[in-house]
Design a protein around this ligand. Structure first.
Ligand code: URA
Length: 275
């Protein structure tokens, strides 16, 4: 193989790995183009002949029916509902239940279940979007570049793994680090709800738009949501919640760090009233 062909193959493999294609599932490659060309082509559908309306003229719809208003989209549903989780009394048992749960399709492509890191006694719970490549490899949230920045941000207001508990809206890495779909988030939501109940934090911090939108049940953008105290309605109480910018966004947009800094100061101030 020439040097440039080897380079190209290696770049292709890097790209596959970044997209989440990192496991061989057969001994020989399959040419899907050839297979689909050989498959029988679907027949042209028969032209539809209008059937006479059997209803009396008075019941028949008018020639041009008025345009129906499109019904509001129903809230996203998980494909397979999570089992009842009320009987689970510890975070360790909940982590086991999440690892055994097959209702989120992302689990099939992820390497590990990435549940949480930090202290189970923490007053501050942080919720990010989804595990990335490093998190998938290590099975812990926020351990890659964005996680390193998050740790620095927390340290700047005197917090670390002994005083925070960190998780994500979903526990499995979406291939290629794409944003999780509302259905994927919905499939993990019962676990996250129970996780919040069991941890019982004094404050929740939402990292980035995906976490903020799903936890606050809104379509508003993160720039509008951030920097304002809101309430998360847990089963037995309301928990103050603050949305802020995602550390991965701050890595790409260092100018926005000043907003995150303001949010961190708001968090620090709030925590000082709890001691
Ligand atoms: N981004 C997230 O939202 N969560 C992680 O765990 C890592 C990166």
């Amino acid at each position: 193989m020439s040097e440039s062909a080897a380079k190209q193959s290696s770049s292709l493999l890097d790209w596959y790995a970044a997209m989440g294609v990192d496991e061989a599932i057969g001994d020989a490659p399959v040419d899907r183009f050839a297979a689909s060309a050989a498959a029988p082509q679907p027949q042209e559908p028969l032209a539809k002949t209008p059937r006479p309306d059997p209803r009396p003229a008075s019941k028949a719809p008018p020639a041009t029916p008025p345009k129906a208003k499109r019904p509001a989209a129903p809230p996203p549903q998980a494909n397979t509902p999570a089992p009842a989780l009320d009987g689970i009394k510890t975070l360790a048992a909940l982590e086991e239940a999440a690892a055994a749960f097959d209702g989120c399709p992302l689990k099939r492509t992820a390497k590990t279940t990435c549940f949480a890191r930090g202290s189970e006694q923490a007053k501050v719970m942080l919720i990010g979007e989804a595990p990335g490549r490093d998190e998938d490899l290590q099975g812990k949230p926020f351990v890659g570049r964005a996680g390193k920045l998050l740790d620095k941000m927390l340290a700047s207001i005197g917090l670390d793994d002994t005083s925070v508990y960190i998780t994500n809206t979903i526990y499995w890495r979406p291939p290629g680090n794409r944003t999780p779909t509302p259905q994927e988030i919905a499939s993990c939501a019962p676990f996250l709800t129970r996780q919040i109940e069991l941890l019982a934090p004094d404050v929740i911090v939402l990292l980035g738009g995906a976490a903020a939108k799903s936890m606050l049940q809104t379509t508003e953008g993160i720039m509008r949501l951030r920097g304002k105290w809101k309430l998360y309605h847990a089963k037995d109480r309301d928990i103050p919640v603050l949305a802020t910018l995602h550390p991965a966004y701050l890595l790409r947009t260092p100018d926005a760090k000043r907003y995150a800094w303001r949010d961190l100061l708001m968090l620090k101030e709030r925590l000082s009233t709890l001691q």
